[in-house]
Design a protein around this ligand. Sequence first.
Ligand code: C5P
Length: 411
Amino acid sequence: MADHAILAGKRVLLVIAGGIAAYKSLELIRRLRERGVTVRAVLTEAGARFVTPLSVQALTEDTVYQDLWSLTDESEMGHIRLSREADLLVVAPATANLLARMAAGMADDLAATVLLATDKPVLVAPAMNVRMWQNAATRANMALLESRGLLRIGPNDGVMACNEYGPGRMAEPMEIVDAIAGFFAEAAYRPLAGRRAIVTSGPTHEPIDPVRYIANRSSGKQGHAIAVALAKLGAAVTLVSGPTRLPDPAGCTVAHIETAREMLAACEAALPADIAVCAAAVADWRVEGAGDRKLKKDGGGPPALTLTENPDILATLSRPGERRPALVVGFAAETGDVLAYATAKRARKGCDWIVANDVSPGTGTFGGSDNTVHLIRADGVESWPTMAKDAVAARLAEAVAEHFNANLKAK
Ligand code: C5P
């Protein structure tokens, strides 16, 4: 359980949408207020069918905001100010309808407008019928919102008001209080604040001719997750990404590139940096003289492709010099003898750490969600258990933070 002391003095804007779970939001207001949180509430038209504005007003001891077109509300507060004068926006219950409107960027009532206009983080506590939650439309909306940085608590499994069973019940008020405290604790923990990081991710595409290219199976999941994890700890992150199917992560500057040479140029443009993590699967070779004319089947047999070596971005960034990041981390994807090859790679590339993993067929690492890695540093090897790529990223970011803090203390 998160420490609730951090909640004192925080300001939460609570959006109550129309679901049977809205009655639990009254309890949520009480629990937050007990902990010193100022709660201001926006009640949707549907929300007001489940809880009365009077109850919400009495519990928040503040005006309840309901109407985008209310002259009084607008002159006293204004929807833009309402969306900014909070440390966190909480939507509880978040209905399928409101999530859909948020995903679409609509501003058709006060709640949606405030959520669109805000510059603050948003935490949603979804509550709906199990089929509505499992509907492909809701899942797509939720995934899109989460890729934009929206936070979520629940829904829980259980019996619904409609007597169906499954995921869809809104998280309990104390679980939401915990999630809010956890959010503030995480937001306050920024050991990499003031540090700049470059992360490479994804494959590169090396043209053969204007329509064909050489690529590899990297999904970019691990690299993108590392960029997000470093940013969460306060680093200013430039993610240099090859072509992937992933959305740009919130909170990072993203440079999109296709070739290894473009990736190197984007990394160099992002210097100076304190940290570089090269997680991209860079093509070792490109086709020499890939021209702007499509290769033709002219009856003379297949063309001979001459390959030439690409720049090694990791080795280039690791080269000693004024602009070398203080900590350079490389990856080693191997298919056997992982530790021996990775240790040799660390020396050859001149980087500080190597994250080594086994990508043999059958491990499911390429494109999968899990990863089993070893962290190889000058003073030894740490083998981590199989974890989700997000968890590997969080642990690596934590190790980076510890490295810098230990260095600070040593000075
Ligand atoms: O040599 P190998 O490709 O196995 O090395 C892997 C590591 O080197 C990864 O960190 C990868 O991002 C990096 N690399 C690079 N530029 C290349 C080749 C690999 O940055 N041209």
